[in-house]
Design a protein around this ligand. Sequence first.
Ligand SMILES: Cc1ncc(COP(=O)(O)O)c(C=O)c1O
Length: 375
Amino acid sequence: MNNMLNDLQEVILMGPGPSCVPDDVYTAMSKYTLGHMDGEFIRIMDAIKSMLQQLLHTDNKLTIPVSGTGSAGMETCFVNLIERGDPVLILKNGVFGNRMEDVASRLGAEVETLESEWGTPIIADKVRQALQKRSDNGKGPFKFVAIVHAETSTGVKNPIEEIGRLVHETGALFLVDAVTSFGGLSLEVDKLGIDALYSGTQKCLSCPPGLSPVTFSAEAVETIQSRRTKVPNWYLDMNMIINYWSGATRVYHHTAPINMLYGLYQALYLILEEGEDNVYARHRQTHELLVSELDSLGLKMLVEPEYRLPMLNAVVVPDGVDEARVRKELRETYRIEIGAGLGALAGKVFRIGLMGHTARKENVDKLVSALKKIL
Ligand SMILES: Cc1ncc(COP(=O)(O)O)c(C=O)c1O
């Protein structure tokens, strides 16, 4: 019988995620599986929590990886915080803002949205106006205001610092999607007043997909614990999961994905070993190199410099170029993956990821030299 895995060769992952995984993370994932209630494993869980707190700059006790990808983190935040009829404001300028809206609507929230054109950021002044309008109408604060920090579908960085301040002035909670930003851009959760945040392992943390780090402020935890109704999703109910991830006596909730957690442990360890600031600088420098190399090929970026993400570069497909053919040739001839445009940007942009371990000069060099031949 032919084993398909024997034929797998490495692909340089320069798309919107997953990103390239360091050998140390693969090695970590192949260590012996322990029992999910084993004392040695629980010490590894505690170390993961503490590394997440360190990298997210938070004292939040409820800082854990949820079992599931980034979307499970999104669902976790929404399903725990929302009760039917709660008013929420979703700031959206891409696919993942739309997904938030969908998730909130399914939970019966009273959803308001504020949309910016794809490829442009959410403007703080417009958020101020939306918040003001609600209070002028005599309505109480939103339960929370949610925003995507790094909109992977467009390559836009949203100004969460300014917006977070505005949200807090109204007494609403502030919820941030950091799936693509965590590990590539500084995230000071406590300083920014973020009450709920979720991420994913397969972007700038450079671990395979499968876990979603989340953190909840004390106020968010209180909101969850004082719900009038049960969290409608058993698997993601933080009231129960908390008893597995903390306390002297751990209570089984679901069988933790042990070897995925080894991978996350190692990925966080590598970032701390390299130095957080060095990791962010590496992302920035690799992005600048890519932009200048693409510019010399006559390729233009979609997003204005001020709002560009270092880890996700949306590049305008030049007239007359078949973008699907370019991606196919990169994958088949050069074993490089880049991403296609999504939604409104389908066929109009390439999405080039420089996430985590992928954000290295040698990868930019390989991609640019391949693009020179193809174009
Ligand atoms: C900003 C953002 N949010 C949420 C998600 C969903 O994460 P996942 O695909 O891991 O479920 C993604 C995935 O690309 C993302 O980029």
